[in-house]
Design a protein around this ligand. Structure first.
Ligand SMILES: [Zn+2]
Ligand SMILES: [Zn+2]
Length: 346
């Protein structure tokens, strides 16, 4: 580590479940072997951070104190000893949810590290990017192209990447009909990416304002959620691909009613309740139903390259690091329409 770096830094620290994030000075982390130190320029504020702060993820006591934040962009300012393959000092890199994985199991070896059962997450098992500096393992440090706006680009690392990966897993083809259930942040990115891939896009949501936003972002058909939503999609051509971004089991009936034969149905939103899936429906329709979780390193490289060439305009509200706890309160009260992002220059 070079002498020029401060030994102390500001961070928003969570000391236990259900406690407000405390902005205070802590030791600047020192990168070990196979790690780099990143000076943050931006970090998106995500609903997952709110669930973590409010203790809804039941983190073990040993995890605290912890620093959340998994949509960080910054520059490499120090490289740990014995770190082959590390990006050069000054390289702009992304710090996403996936912190590292075992790199040895079958999913890891086949390029599907997002399904590694030994994976760890940034802002959960490791300190995240609600801090002036953060550590990143070299093997999971992905450069951010120059064409990505340093602040507007932060949510690409979580919401955008998750939407991109779900569409990629479904192998969406030009001309296909894609149904997006849930038009929050992830759904909005999915609308833009599906349109860029040449799909016709249907969006179902119960919130009229979100439907309006989806329309403005390019959705071809917007349909209010409800018992008739699936039939309305079917009547307008049906869905070849359906992606669920809404955290409710009620969406299953809509998807089942909406899809065409041989559809691909992708589960993305975390729905813990069971849904009524008929094996005969699977057989008769030849459907594929599968899940998708965040995105692999290769997906992030592909997606950032795409996003650098295709603007994905989404409302971003910036705030200083000191405002992050209040930002989570506003998210909780449902007062935020776009995405919130810490700008470390504020
Ligand atoms: Zn997130
Ligand atoms: Zn693994």
């Amino acid at each position: 580590m070079t002498d020029a770096l401060p030994t102390r830094m500001m961070a928003a620290v969570c000391d236990g479940p259900g406690t407000a994030l405390d902005l205070r000075e802590v030791d600047t982390p020192v990168p070990g072997s196979g790690e780099v130190l990143v000076k943050l320029e931006s970090c998106g504020v995500c609903h997952s951070d709110l669930h973590l702060r409010d203790g809804e993820e039941n983190l073990p006591d040993a995890f605290y104190p912890v620093i959340f934040g998994h949509e960080g962009i910054g520059r490499v300012v120090a490289i740990g000893a014995d770190s082959p393959g590390a990006p050069d000092l000054g390289t702009r890199v992304g710090l996403p949810w996936l912190y590292d994985t075992c790199l040895a199991c079958k999913p890891c070896r086949s390029g599907w590290e997002t399904f590694c059962t030994s994976q760890t997450a940034r802002g959960v098992q490791h300190n995240g990017a609600f801090a002036e500096y953060a550590i990143s393992p070299v093997a999971f440090t992905i450069p951010v192209p120059d064409g990505i706006d340093v602040v507007k680009g932060a949510p690409l690392l979580c919401a955008g990447l998750t939407a991109w990966s779900a569409l990629a897993r479904a192998e969406v083809q030009p001309g296909q009909n894609v149904l997006i259930v849930g038009a929050g942040g992830l759904g909005q990115y999915a609308v833009m990416i599906a349109k860029a891939r040449g799909a016709q896009v249907f969006v179902v949501d119960r919130d009229a304002a979100k439907l309006k936003t989806a329309k403005a972002l390019g959705a071809d058909h917007i349909i209010p959620a409800g018992p008739k939503a699936g039939a309305q999609v079917k009547a307008a051509g049906g869905a070849d691909v359906a992606l669920n971004f809404a955290p409710s089991p009620a969406v299953w009936d809509t998807i089942r009613d909406a899809v065409n034969p041989m559809s691909a149905v992708v589960a993305v939103a975390m729905v813990h309740e069971l849904v009524d899936l008929s094996l005969m429906w699977l057989i008769d329709g030849g459907h594929r139903v599968f899940g998708s979780s965040v995105g692999t390193r290769q997906a992030m490289i592909d997606f950032l390259d795409f996003a650098a060439r295709h603007p994905l305009p989404i409302d971003i509200e910036t705030l200083p690091l000191a405002g992050v706890d209040e930002a989570l309160n506003r998210l909780k009260r449902g007062e935020v329409t776009g995405r919130l992002c810490i700008d470390f220059s504020l």
